[in-house]
Design a protein around this ligand. Structure first.
Ligand code: ZN
Ligand code: ZN
Ligand code: ZN
Length: 358
C-alpha cells in the first residue's frame, strides 16, 4: 500500500480508490464473497492511513482478511447513504485513480457527493505494480502452469471423435481441478470451423475425424492463474494443417526468444506477427499476441502493437499467436512466460509439435 501511494503521488495523484477485485485482493487479501451493488472502498491517501469502508454485514469477513491489520475498517448500514459515509474519507477536491473494475454507479455516487474531486484510470499505476511478480507469486504461477500441462497430457488420452466439444471441455475442467485448480475460468474446445473463432468456448458440435481442435484452458490455483493452448488433430492432419500449425509454432517460438528485460511489450507481438505475415497469413492473425496474468487470467500489460511499456524481470504474460481460417479451422499455441534477468522462462512446456488424438 505504501508503494502504491508513493507511485500515485509521483504522478500527482492524492491517492487511489480501490474497489473489490484483483487490486483489493493483492493489497489486503480481502475478497468479498459476492461483489455487489453495495459499496466496498479502500481509500489510499498520501496524507492519511489506509481506510477500508465496507457494508456492515461484510465487516466480519473484511476483518478476517490477511491484510486487515494494515487498514482502519469502517462500515455503513443498509439504508445509510454509502457515498455520504465515504466522503469524509476523501479530500473534497482530491485527484484519485480508481480501480478499473469499479462499478460506474459507485464512481458516479462519489462524484455527486464530492463535485470538486477528480478521477483517473488506475491502469498505469496499481496494475503495473501487480504486473511484476515476487518469488512467491512466480512459484504459484509456475505451479498453476504445471497443473495445466498435466491436464494437457491427460486430455490427449481421452476420445475426441464422436464426442461433443462440451464433453471434452468437461474433461478439461475435471482434470484442472484434479491437478489442484480451485477455479476453472475457461475450457475452449474449438473443433473444425469453431476453432477459427478465437473465443469460441465449447458447443454442441460433434468432433469428427481430421478436425483440428483448439484447446485453450485455465483457471486459478492457489490464487494465481494458468492459461495454455495447444491445437491437436483428430487422426492424420492434412498437409495444409501441418503447414499452418508449423507457422504458428515458429511464430510462438520466435516471440518467446525475443523476451528479455527492457524490450517494449509490442516487440513480442511484432516478433510473432512478422513470422505469420511473411508466411502469408497476417490477415488471419486477428488478435494481440498476449496478455498479463496473475491473480486474474487476463490483465495488463498486453503484448500488442502500441504498448511501449518495457518488460522487467518478474513480469508474466501469455504468448499466443494464432491463425484463423474462417469456416475451416484455427490454430493457436499459447504458453505463459516470465521475464528473467537475461531472457524468458516458460511456465508451460508441453510439446508444441502437432499432436494427434483419437
Ligand atoms: Zn483470451
Ligand atoms: Zn488461453
Ligand atoms: Zn491467454
Amino acid at each position: 500500500m505504501e508503494r502504491a501511494v508513493r507511485d500515485a503521488a509521483e504522478e500527482g495523484l492524492d491517492g487511489l480508490l480501490v474497489t473489490p477485485g484483483p487490486d483489493l485482493l493483492w493489497l489486503t487479501g480481502y475478497r468479498p464473497t459476492a461483489i455487489t451493488e453495495r459499496l466496498t472502498l479502500l481509500v489510499l491517501r498520501r496524507d492519511a492511513d489506509p481506510q477500508l469502508l465496507v457494508p456492515t454485514l461484510e465487516r466480519p469477513d473484511a476483518e478476517s482478511a490477511a491484510g486487515a491489520e494494515a487498514v482502519t475498517i469502517s462500515d455503513w448500514r443498509d439504508g445509510d447513504d454509502a457515498y455520504a459515509t465515504a466522503a469524509p474519507l476523501l479530500l473534497s477536491d482530491g485527484v484519485y485513480a480508481v480501480s478499473d473494475s469499479a462499478w460506474a454507479m459507485h464512481l458516479l455516487g462519489l462524484q455527486k457527493e464530492l463535485p470538486d474531486s477528480r478521477y483517473s484510470s488506475i491502469t498505469e499505476r496499481l496494475p503495473m505494480l501487480r504486473a511484476v511478480k515476487d518469488a512467491d507469486e512466480l512459484a504459484r504461477l509456475q505451479a498453476a502452469g504445471a497443473a495445466a500441462d498435466a491436464t494437457f497430457h491427460e486430455i490427449l488420452k481421452v476420445p475426441f471423435a464422436g464426442r461433443k466439444e462440451t464433453e471434452v471441455a468437461a474433461d478439461l475442467a475435471r482434470l484442472l481441478r484434479e491437478f489442484g485448480h480451485e477455479q476453472v475460468d475457461f475450457t475452449v474446445v474449438g473443433s473444425g470451423p469453431n476453432g477459427a473463432n478465437p473465443h469460441h468456448e465449447a458447443g454442441d458440435r460433434t468432433i469428427a475425424a481430421v478436425d483440428m481442435v483448439v484447446l485453450d484452458f485455465g483457471g486459478l490455483m492457489h490464487g494465481y492463474g494458468s492459461d495454455t493452448t495447444r491445437t491437436v488433430c483428430v487422426g492424420e492432419p492434412t498437409a495444409e494443417m501441418r503447414d499452418v500449425h508449423e507457422i504458428v509454432r515458429v511464430a510462438q517460438q520466435t516471440a518467446f526468444e525475443t523476451v528479455r528485460p527492457g524490450i517494449a511489450c509490442e516487440e513480442v507481438d511484432r516478433a510473432a506477427r512478422r513470422v505469420i505475415t511473411e508466411a502469408g497469413y497476417g490477415d488471419q492473425f486477428i488478435h494481440r499476441t498476449g496478455h498479463g496474468i496473475g491473480m486474474t487470467t487476463h490483465e495488463p500489460p498486453y503484448m500488442v502493437e502500441g504498448e511501449k511499456r518495457l518488460t522487467v524481470p518478474g513480469m508474466c504474460f501469455s504468448i499466443e499467436p494464432g491463425i484463423y481460417l474462417a469456416g475451416r479451422f484455427g490454430v493457436r499455441i499459447e504458453d505463459i512466460v516470465t521475464v528473467t534477468a537475461d531472457g524468458g522462462r516458460r511456465f508451460n512446456d508441453t510439446d508444441r509439435a502437432l499432436a494427434t488424438v483419437h
